[in-house]
Design a protein around this ligand. Structure first.
Ligand code: SF4
Ligand code: SF4
Length: 252
């Protein structure tokens, strides 16, 4: 026992002490900065290279809900599109995920996540989530798993994934929602007692991502259910998810 205690002391805490202000490595692709004046050619060529239709020409903008952060537009645009390593990009409103040319991060963050008093009161100290992979590739699911490991330690904020929707306060959706998974997703959602929250994680869940045009999808769930928080990425970094949820709960 004494040896164990000594070992514990030697290891210290493995958790990132300050997840709110933690910075990611330079190569991480997060919030994009767009300056359309820096690209002298026709923006249509950049629009055409995007595999998910995330770039629009008029006005020039990137939809983070569709973007898979492949970096192709950054390479082609010669600096007109530049991905920063800023990872806090979650938003309550789907329209907020559209980043226009000239948008600055500070103005993007302002009111990005709506903080509701009722949500803070009900879930601010404990939020249990049921994760449903509705046809995901396992990328988003792995990053969500990482949220509970010793480094990110989401449990310290009272946020945990649970095995049964009956024990959950909300559903975390990943994947583009395949026809086969659509009924199971709705079952899980309906098994959660009210009030409940819905969090869409990753380009697939938010917009269908690279599978948006597939005939094998059934995304009608999103017509019936209001999403409370969108977490963009392909997959999103654990800190994008954790910080998004902390802001949503009004505790950061
Ligand atoms: S980084 Fe995003 S916006 Fe740019 S080409 Fe890839 S998917 Fe499209
Ligand atoms: S958003 Fe990307 S990582 Fe997540 S399930 Fe879809 S393809 Fe996989």
């Amino acid at each position: 026992m004494l040896d164990l205690l000594k070992l514990r002391r030697k290891h210290g805490s493995q958790a990132i002490p300050d997840v709110v202000n933690a910075e990611l490595m330079e190569s991480h692709r997060g919030f994009p900065v767009i300056d359309e004046t820096k690209y002298p050619g026709d923006w249509q060529s950049i629009v055409d290279i995007c595999p998910t239709g995330a770039i629009s020409k008029e006005p020039v903008s990137i939809d983070l809900g569709k973007c898979i952060f492949c970096g192709e537009c950054e390479k082609l645009s010669g600096g007109a599109v530049r991905f920063t390593n800023i990872h806090k990009t979650a938003a309550s409103d789907r329209r907020h995920l559209i980043v226009a040319s000239g948008s600055e991060y500070d103005s993007y963050r302002e009111n990005a996540v709506e903080v509701k008093r009722e949500i803070h009161k009900l879930f601010g100290r404990s939020l249990k989530l049921r994760q449903v992979s509705a046809g995901g590739c396992n990328g988003c699911e792995m990053e969500l798993n990482a949220c509970s490991n010793v480094n990110f330690d989401m449990g310290r904020f009272g946020i945990d994934f649970v095995a049964s929707p009956r024990h959950a306060d909300g559903v975390v959706l990943t994947g583009p929602i395949t026809k086969n998974m659509a009924p199971a997703l709705m079952d899980a959602y309906q098994s959660i007692g009210d009030p409940k929250v819905v969090i869409a994680v990753g380009a697939c869940a938010i917009s269908g991502g690279v599978f948006a045009e597939s005939a094998q999808m059934n995304r009608s769930f999103l017509n019936d259910v209001k999403v409370d928080l969108y977490v963009p990425g392909c997959p999103p970094h654990p800190l994008t998810f954790i910080n998004g949820v902390l802001e949503f709960l009004g505790i950061s």
